[in-house]
Design a protein around this ligand. Structure first.
Ligand code: TXA
Ligand code: MG
Length: 298
């Protein structure tokens, strides 16, 4: 079933049931080499299927969970290989949404869940987005309203020392560096990605999207153009549609609104979309990462 988390909606199944996990890949049409995040109600519940003795695990868990952080640690044999796509390590997360936590507590099972969208497309931040993308392919959707954070969890690998960020997300690099006491590298994308969020083209809209180098020009140029603006729409404009991400100027607001705004613009059938950049700091790093990948040409 699909369920809300504070980041995006997930498509969940028992992480201990390979057949159920296989149905996730089927519903998403996701290449089977992509590992899934396993969600648990409390950090200690991960011990059943993962090796969590690393002191960095306890440190980051106590500082950031429940919350938008995924920790990659060695897996145990009880976890089907399909969950980790054959990798010896598993991504673990304790989500911060009340409904997700109620589901996990009731199921009394670790729940493997990727974002509840067809592979490669924009992630869902409302139950309606899940219906739009997966429809009949999902048995049940728990509706918990719009997601508070709006971009996916930050993925940190503890399999290597020093730790690296595999995907920027809802917990900022600055906060992680403060907790760990040293600088963190963000692993760039590669042709053999460790995480599909690292694929060059991901989070894609159907309408071609370009990421601008600065504030949007007043004149959009040829065609019917949609604008994803940061703080305010340009004064005199010829844009067919404008979405303002953060009228209050806050990056947290921009992150929470990002995917829904992209979907609204994409639904208008325009010729192209342009997006203003956001500052490359804090949550801005996760937003820029998603925009760059949405803008990458196939
Ligand atoms: O916020 C989130 O993380 C959401 C909610 C539902 O929890 N989930 C999510 O899942 O974004 P997904 O599958 O769309 O992205 C998970 C990311 C992928 O980039 C995946 O490759 C990486 O986490 N990941 C998961 N397990 C991993 C592992 N064992 N090693 C390396 N990367 C892993
Ligand atoms: Mg995803």
């Amino acid at each position: 079933m699909a369920f809300p988390t504070e980041t995006v909606y997930g498509l969940g199944a028992s992480a201990l049931d390979a057949q159920a996990v296989a149905r996730i890949f089927e519903a998403k049409a996701r290449p089977s080499f992509d590992p899934l995040i396993v969600h648990v109600p409390e950090a200690r519940d991960a011990e059943r299927f993962a090796v969590t003795g690393d002191p960095r695990f306890a440190l980051l868990a106590s500082r950031f969970w429940p919350g938008p952080l995924t920790l990659v640690v060695p897996k145990r044999d009880v976890l089907p290989d399909l969950v980790t796509a054959g990798l010896p390590a598993v991504g673990v997360r304790v989500p911060g949404h009340a409904l997700a936590r109620a589901l996990l507590a009731t199921a009394d099972l670790p729940i493997a869940a990727p974002s509840a969208n067809p592979f490669g497309s924009v992630s869902p931040t409302t139950a309606q987005h899940v219906v739009d993308g997966l429809g009949e392919r999902v048995d049940l959707i728990l509706d918990g309203g719009p997601c508070r954070v709006g971009v996916e969890s930050t993925v940190v690998s503890l399999v290597i020392d020093p730790a690296v960020i595999l995907r920027p997300g809802g917990v900022s690099r600055e906060d992680l560096e403060r907790a760990l006491g040293h600088p963190l590298e963000v692993r760039g994308s590669s042709s053999r990605p460790l995480a599909p969020g690292q694929l060059d083209r991901h989070y894609a809209t159907r309408t071609p999207l370009a990421l601008l180098g600065g504030p949007a020009p007043k004149d959009p140029g040829a065609g019917r153009v949609g604008l994803l603006a940061l703080r305010a729409a340009p004064a005199a404009h010829g844009y067919a549609a404008v979405e303002v991400l953060a009228p209050d100027g806050s990056l947290a607001t921009a992150a929470a609104r990002l995917f829904a705004a992209l979907r609204r613009l994409d639904a208008l059938g325009l010729d192209r979309l342009v997006a203003e950049p956001v500052p490359e700091e804090g949550l801005g790093r996760a937003i820029l990462d998603r925009l760059r990948r949405a803008a990458a040409r196939p």
